[in-house]
Write a protein that binds this ligand. Sequence first.
Ligand code: CDP
Ligand code: MG
Length: 677
Amino acid sequence: MRMDMMMKKATYSKRYFEILEKRRNLPVWLQKQEFLQTFKKNQTVILVGETGSGKTTQIPQFVLEAVLDENPNPNPSGRKWLVGCTQPRRVAATSVSRRVAEEMDVQIGEEVGYTVRFEDCTSSRTVLKYLTDGMLLREAMADPLLSRYKAIVLDEAHERTLATDLLVGLLKQVLMNRPDIKLVVMSATLETNKFREYFLGAPLIKVPGRLHPVEILYTLEPEMDYLEAAINTVIQIHMCEPPGDVLLFLTGEEEIEEASSRIAGKLGDQVRVVPLYSTLPPALQQKIFDPTPDHVRKIVVSTNIAETSLTIDGIVYVVDPGFSKQKIYNPSTRAESLLVSPISQPSADQRAGRAGRTRPGKCFRLYTQRSFNDLEEKTVPEMLRSNLANTVLTLTKLGVNLVRFDFMDPPAPQTLSRALEDLYHLGALDDECNLTKTGEMMSEFPLDPQMAKMLIVSPQFNCSNEILSVSAMLSVPNCFIRPRGEAQKAADEAKSRFAHIDGDHLTLLNVFHAFLLNNQDPNWCYANFINYRAMKSAVSVREQLVRIMSRFKMKLCSTGFNSPDYYVNIRKALLAGYFMQVAHLDRTGHYLTVKDNNQVVHLHPSNCLDHKPEWVVYNEYVFTSRNFIRTVTHIRGEWLVDVAPSYYNLASFPNSETKRVLQKYYKKRVCEKKGAV
Ligand code: CDP
Ligand code: MG
């Protein structure tokens, strides 16, 4: 009743009652009373339930109801508290909050809203907010006790993302300091005992799912080409199996688009193929929930999102090639990259489970039973396979003592010291690991520390306007569309018209300027093979970064296009942030990363350079069959000794060709200085 009062609702729509019927049938509703009682009696509750049992959509509403009961507030406009529910994926946060707004019969952004990086869809009326774990972490930086929240629901804890693991540690402290805040930790498969121990014996509620049996089929021989095998299996299923929708797991946008168009090409109107990945526009993401007409089979081709984050009803067949994109970090080479890697056993079981939602189903594993046995038995927490520079910066800003922090799984000391070192070179920490003024500012940007540093120093290079645009472009999905087949050549030609000979960062800047010059016209984008949505979000990201810069009174400036220093300044500013990501062209004709064991790397084929410069700065290290560096810009070696003398301190260099070249620069600089005197 109280909910109704808060919503000020006298009447609900017909749709509300239709959905309510469905909601009442979800397994978590059977345990609503048990949940509410446990929640009222305890500060922390752990809840484990099968995917699709209604955890993400229902539990936060139950929590809201309980909190409202205890905090009746007759004046909604004066309400200053919230219930928050975290999600590791932004797609889940946006999609689920929309669903919940519909269930509560309110407009999204009003009573129910969401906050993800660079997008805030909430208002002063919002009482239930879905947000990414990373966003809650950012909020904690400004408000360490999370004082606006009466309760936090930490969802998908089993994913063990970096941000979730950090939140778990922080929340443990917040709970001690704020007896009035409550925490619900939820997950599909959870190392239950580990979480209970960590939260000092918090009560556990188990929600039994409504899982039907799933028959698991393995291949007899390993598949050489999993994409090929996956497409064929889907076609086979459609030809030979009774009605029921299909869910195929692939690793990323490109594969998914290719498989989708090939399956649709082969099966035509008999099926409806729906792709699902995080960079897909929200309206298209929503299509996975649309029912298909009778006799038309739905085929969802998805990344890991469909493994536990989003539940699609009606799936009977799952095709699992056994791979996903995972973050891998090697602290000795300092390379962090997304790599297509074998999934873990619990992941494989989750995927299979998706087939048994509505009735008995089948899961086709495109690997042998033996390979399954060889898969990791546990998902390795992201904390143990990430570059921790950002994490350490966040924790330092939060005033957390790294040595005393209660990590669920402590990261390797080597990774931590590497992070501290990087932050020191970036000027974020001083000799004693205290946050500097620069570090303070860096932590305010929702960006990696190197990009934040680049923005902060850009006014010194008189090019903050341009660096803002480059940063925005680097923060959104790839803006270049490259279709397969005939249009590919036209797309490459279109791209070459934006190309800047000195590098990809400058090319991105050209695209951004051209988009503005053409009044942000979608038709112009279409004609030039540019992704309109990516460009729109770059514009919005830039506006938000401008706001942060203005808050710190950083100068927005530029030399103007006609200055001979225009591009040089931008390239120097790039280097001032990314000086740890530099490669040098060896006499053998190979690029070697500077320091970090001198890895041999290749320029990614997407690069725009028309020559092989001696020195390059890069944005990303990609390992596939070869090691590539992607988004590359030509810099001058002399600049290194100016922008990062502590990092390019020769004493710390291995004896290499690069070192000898650097030595020359240092000598030259000393001579120049003498000359000047
Ligand atoms: O979190 P959990 O996996 O336990 O389940 P959920 O995400 O709360 O989903 C519960 C039900 O809501 C499922 O049957 C979904 O299909 C449905 N749902 C929906 O119809 N549309 C959405 N956008 C999200 C969920
Ligand atoms: Mg869920």
